[in-house]
Design a protein around this ligand. Structure first.
Ligand SMILES: Cc1cc2nc3c(=O)[nH]c(=O)nc-3n(C[C@H](O)[C@H](O)[C@H](O)COP(=O)(O)OP(=O)(O)OC[C@H]3O[C@@H](n4cnc5c(N)ncnc54)[C@H](O)[C@@H]3O)c2cc1C
Length: 399
């Protein structure tokens, strides 16, 4: 007898919700479960997540972009600067033939809208307040143990998809080890307003304490992302709004005029973590469960959405969604993109936090040289769009 579901997705975060929707649209029988409650409203996550052109293409394909577009701000220019000296880099989407280098979307609205759309499509096949406890893989199906309140039940599927975030209980239960690095930093997020906004322009400013990004969210609104060593980040969380605005101005300068803090701050610990394997018997890891990275290059979700598109293309036409050969094809197709994307974020994080004079001089020189070299800038902007990586990995899984 075939199992109840082609796939059970654990984790209704941004990646798991999109995965469930993508497989549902491929005509697969999907169940999605999450330990959290059913969404009633955006949860107040103040981050602005920057979506790449490839992510927009994926969301459009899932019929989601029309729900999100009104909330998103196109980023057409990026200004990178280094506090230690004159090195600076100006990136413009038009020079690379693109309309935008990315779209900044409020994280809470993004998650809420994706979950609502996914829940509308999947109906009774979404289980909230449901915690994955463990699994047992067999030849023809995988059995999954789920707790809902005091009730524990067993579910059966051809494939278990672990989209359960960086702590991934699915990955742990499968015995898949990780390689990681703790940056010893926190990203401090705050919604702010400025008196001299520069439309559609994002800033990445490197300082001795760590990078500070300003992401445009329309009109005078920006989201500031300040990376600081743990102790300093926790102290900065305790500052009142005026003092924190002054701290941002001290580090960022006056390019955007006066900065006023316009909402509560939150800190996120920063670490890189990669699963040593993406698959196990009838099991695959996607999103942060597979790869977690420093947010400096704004690539974590974008990478996870490329996991989703590739997985849907890979298992879409298979009778048995959990065949080992299919999962191997998926893992091989995703390896280069995941390695390159995590490696690039790490290179930025390590290179730009060094206080050594030689490293900071090299960094300023690299920024200046890159700015003088239009070919390199175009290539960088096109790679960051994720379009080539998406095309490569979906082509690699097609029979
Ligand atoms: C400060 C910051 C800024 C960022 N900016 C960007 C950006 O601009 N662009 C970008 O592309 N990326 C960005 N990222 C990365 C991005 O946020 C993540 O890559 C993405 O949100 C990961 O989503 P996910 O669905 O894989 O995991 P998660 O969001 O962690 O979701 C995991 C889900 O699994 C559920 N779960 C866990 N355990 C269980 C269990 N036992 N049973 C049932 N459910 C369970 C959880 O409840 C949760 O809903 C940023 C990250 C940070 C920290």
């Amino acid at each position: 007898m075939p199992p109840d579901y082609d796939a059970i997705v654990v984790g209704a975060g941004l990646v798991g919700s999109c995965a469930a929707l993508a497989l549902h649209r491929e005509g697969r029988r999907v169940l999605l479960l999450d330990q959290g409650p059913a969404p009633r409203a955006p949860d107040g996550d103040a981050r602005a997540l920057v979506l790449s052109a490839a992510s927009i293409e994926i969301l459009r394909g899932l019929g989601l972009w029309s729900r999100l577009e009104a909330h998103a701000t196109a980023i057409r220019h990026i200004r990178v600067s280094d506090r230690g000296g004159p090195g600076a880099l100006a990136l413009d989407a038009r020079d690379s033939g693109l309309d935008a280098m990315g779209w900044a979307c409020p994280a809470d609205i993004l998650l809420y809208e994706l979950r609502v759309a996914m829940a509308d499509a999947l109906g009774e096949h979404v289980c909230w307040d449901s915690r994955y406890l463990g699994h047992r893989a067999g030849d023809d199906a995988i059995e999954i143990e789920v707790a809902q309140g005091d009730t524990v039940r067993m579910l059966h599927a051809a494939l278990l998809i672990g989209a359960d975030g960086n702590a991934s209980p699915v990955r742990v239960a499968a015995g898949i080890a990780t390689d990681g690095y703790d940056y010893g930093q926190h990203a401090l997020i705050a919604r702010v307003e400025v008196t001299r906004p520069q439309p559609h322009t994002a800033f990445e400013h490197f300082t001795r304490e760590g990078p500070l990004a300003m992401i445009p969210c329309g009109g005078a609104r920006y989201v500031s992302v300040q990376c600081l060593h743990e102790g300093r980040a926790l102290a900065a969380l305790r500052l009142d709004d005026d003092a924190y605005g002054a701290e941002l101005a001290r580090r960022f300068g006056t390019r955007l005029g006066h900065i006023t803090v316009a909402g509560p701050r939150r800190a996120h610990a920063l670490a890189r973590q990669r699963a040593r394997r993406l698959t196990d018997t009838r099991l695959v890891l996607i999103g942060n469960a597979a790869n977690t990275m420093h947010p400096n290059a704004a690539q974590g979700l974008n990478l996870g959405l490329r996991d989703v598109a590739t997985l849907a293309a890979c298992i879409g036409a298979e009778d048995d969604a959990g065949l080992a050969a299919t999962l191997s094809r998926y893992a091989a197709a995703r390896a280069p993109d995941q390695r390159n994307t995590v490696g690039f974020s790490d290179l930025l994080a390590q290179g730009f936090r060094s206080r050594l004079c030689a490293v900071s001089a090299t960094r300023r020189l690299a920024l200046t040289l890159a700015d003088l070299c239009p070919g390199a800038k175009q290539r960088f902007v096109q790679e960051a769009s994720g379009l080539a990586a998406l095309a490569r990995s979906t082509a690699a899984v097609r029979p």
